[in-house]
Design a protein around this ligand. Structure first.
Ligand SMILES: [Zn+2]
Length: 661
């Protein structure tokens, strides 16, 4: 037995070493064949002698543990992110601020990985927990999924207790592969590697996460002094020694802004060739003593900053303008262009919003256009390269009939609408909206599936979702659906019956009623019957509900078809009540008032926010004339000044505590 145990230890060492060289250093010393041989030998020994299987065995990486849900975990020290800057001027200002406290600072420069940060905890050198950042204070326990990431050592080279932070990401190659798979299955493609990584670590079934080939780049140790480290660059070296993948080939140093800019420019030139997506550079003051001197503001460290690359603009050719019809009948023109990579994801279409937008930019088929990602993921057309326009190009003319049902279009404000209530496209859009994440949140329904089920007559109206189980056996025989996926689908449909009222209200697709309005309605009226019976005037009395929304709600519930639908849904067992927290409106100092919180307080901000909201107040992020109170903690910054300027009542923590009594 001892001999077998010894052989298992030997094999694990060999495999771990090979993995480290391959995944972390990118410098393999053994062939794939040798690796496979070791792995298979280990696997068969573990099968024969399960009692000898080690917790940190690399065979654990295939996943297979399926969780009910993710447990919440509280981070030992908050996971703060850095402030963003976007240009050289802001960089100069950052450097100036540092120099007020630190003489001749040295900066470490690291590529800013475009993934999501993850915390790893090791006890005695063994990985015991992996967690997402969450809101920085609490995250989710994703240990099972973390174990499937091959560049994360299950056992460190030293038997120490340590927390390590870094970025969970998906390489560009794995991202393309994952999308090919999704296209095949008719699922929505991931918009970019970051979304793909985020979606993958949140899989309850770790074997799915395992297949996604996630990666991990370590970059931070929360309490470096515990390990005798004196600089951030020492931390990075130490992480590498422990067996982590670090960006050691790309990281750099600088002593002044000129060198920082040089580094940023270099990195932005080679960015496209890198195997992973990056979206900027992280600068940190290298000396940990200096970092201590600089400290933190209420929400961010002062000793570092993230310099974000400007949104990438890419030229392509506009091939077609395609019109789609939304669930309200709204016609949206979309630019269809030759596929191009923008900020790490492949895009081939962008919204053109409405016809006025096309006219204003004079967008024509055949034009060379520049596109970029607006906000986070939605691509937009920035401009037309007029000097490259072809002589025979023709001005774009708005369509006059619905592309789906051929009914006439009418123009309201900037938008065109299909006048046919029964237009197929509107129905499909409405069904897609019903199952979407912010609405009923029915997992497993991609747009394509809804469309297919509509065309195959399984789902023609909202209530059909809840009778879909009748066709269970039939559905299982459809191409592309397995028994399991249909069972899952039916399961998530059943679960959605228990949703709180606001989801249903939003899912119904009442014009102008977004998810926020749905929540406000549900909180105020508590049951769907109360909302149905509410008249225009009482609706309008509610803050945030104006004339347009109020009359749209009244119109919707005056329509007999809609009432019939709701009655059907009631019979099918859908919850029609608001299940959220009760709001106590008895404290007039808080109820209906708007607060802004700034500076460091002894209570976490989320807690204060929750308290205020539970008393009917609202917490917003910026000080405006509408703000009633600004709660000010230590080192408050510009918001306090703004409050003084606007003559808004300022509360310290004690005042606040008195107010909520
Ligand atoms: Zn139509």
């Amino acid at each position: 037995m001892d001999k077998i145990k010894q052989r298992i230890d030997e094999l694990i060492n060999k495999i771990n070493k090979a993995s480290y060289e391959y995944y972390a250093l990118d410098e393999p010393t053994i062939t794939d064949q040798e690796y496979d041989d070791y792995y298979m030998e280990l696997l068969s020994l573990e099968e024969k002698y399960p009692e000898l299987k080690r917790k940190d065995s690399p065979t654990n990486r295939v996943g297979g543990v399926v969780l009910e849900k993710f447990e919440k975990v509280t981070h030992n020290t908050p996971m703060l992110s850095f402030d963003d800057i976007f240009n050289e001027e802001e960089l100069e200002l950052f450097d100036e601020r540092i120099r007020k406290v630190v003489n001749n600072p040295t900066y470490t420069l690291e590529p800013k990985m475009d993934g999501l940060s993850g915390s790893l905890i090791y006890k005695n050198g063994i990985l015991v927990r992996g967690a997402t950042r969450g809101d920085g204070i609490t995250g989710e326990d994703i240990t099972e999924n973390i174990k499937t990431i091959k560049s994360i050592p299950l056992k460190l080279t030293k038997d120490i207790d340590i927390e390590v932070r870094g970025e969970i990401y998906m390489s560009k190659l794995s991202f393309e592969k994952a999308n090919v798979e999704r296209r095949k299955k008719g699922e929505n493609e991931f918009a970019n590697p970051r979304n793909a990584a985020a979606g993958s670590v949140r899989q309850l079934d770790s074997s799915i996460a395992s297949k996604r080939n996630l990666d991990y780049m370590a970059y931070f140790i929360p309490n470096p002094e515990d390990y005798g480290l004196k600089t951030q660059s020492d931390s990075l070296k130490f992480l590498k020694e422990l067996g982590f993948k670090t960006n050691y080939k790309l990281n750099g140093y600088a002593h002044n802004t000129k060198d920082i800019e040089k580094y940023i420019n270099n990195l932005s030139t080679i960015r496209k060739e890198l195997p992973f997506a990056i979206d900027g550079v992280v600068l940190k003051v290298d000396s940990l003593d200096d970092e201590k001197k600089l400290g933190f503001t209420a929400r961010v460290p002062r000793w570092g900053i993230a310099y974000k690359f400007p949104a990438e603009e890419v030229l392509t050719t506009l091939k077609e303008i395609k019109y789609t019809v939304g669930r309200t009948g709204k016609i949206t023109p979309n630019a269809i262009f030759s596929p191009v990579h923008v900020d790490g994801s492949l895009v081939s279409k962008a919204t053109l919003h409405n016809f006025d937008y096309i006219k204003e930019k004079d967008i024509r088929v055949g034009d060379i256009i520049s596109v970029r990602k607006a906000g986070d993921v939605i691509p937009e057309v920035v401009e037309v390269k007029l000097d490259r326009r072809q002589d025979d190009s023709k001005e774009t003319i708005m369509i006059t009939n619905c592309p789906i049902c051929n009914s006439n279009l009418v123009k309201k404000d900037a938008n065109h609408f299909c006048t046919n209530d029964k237009c197929d496209s509107r129905k499909i859009e409405g069904l897609i909206h019903f199952v979407s994440r912010k609405a009923m949140n029915i997992d497993g329904f991609g747009e394509r599936i809804v469309e297919d089920f509509y065309n195959m007559n399984y789902i023609k109206s909202i209530d059909d979702f809840y009778t879909l189980y009748k066709y269970k056996d039939e559905l299982k025989t459809l191409e592309g659906f397995g028994e399991k996926s249909i069972d899952n689908l039916i399961g998530s449909i059943e679960n959605s019956k228990n949703n709180s009222l606001e989801r249903l209200i939003f899912a119904l697709g009442i014009r102008y009623v977004g998810d926020k309005t749905a929540k406000i309605l549900s909180m105020n009226y508590k049951t769907i019957d109360n909302i149905i019976n509410a008249d225009y005037d009482s609706l309008k009395e509610i803050d945030d509900i104006g004339e347009k929304i109020a009359s749209s709600i009244v119109d919707y519930f005056n329509d007999e078809n809609n009432i019939n639908l709701i009655n059907k849904l009631k019979e099918l067992g859908l919850n029609m009540n608001y299940l959220g927290k009760e709001i106590n409106t008895s404290n007039e100092n808080i109820n209906g008032k708007t607060f802004v919180i700034t500076g460091t307080l002894s209570l976490p901000r989320d807690e204060i926010k929750e308290k205020i909201e539970s008393l009917g107040g609202k917490v917003t992020s910026s000080v405006t004339k509408k703000t009633d109170y600004v709660i000010v903690g230590e080192s408050p910054g510009s918001k306090e000044a703004k409050a003084k300027e606007l003559n808004i009542t300022i509360l310290n923590e004690e005042d606040y505590n008195n107010l909520i009594m």
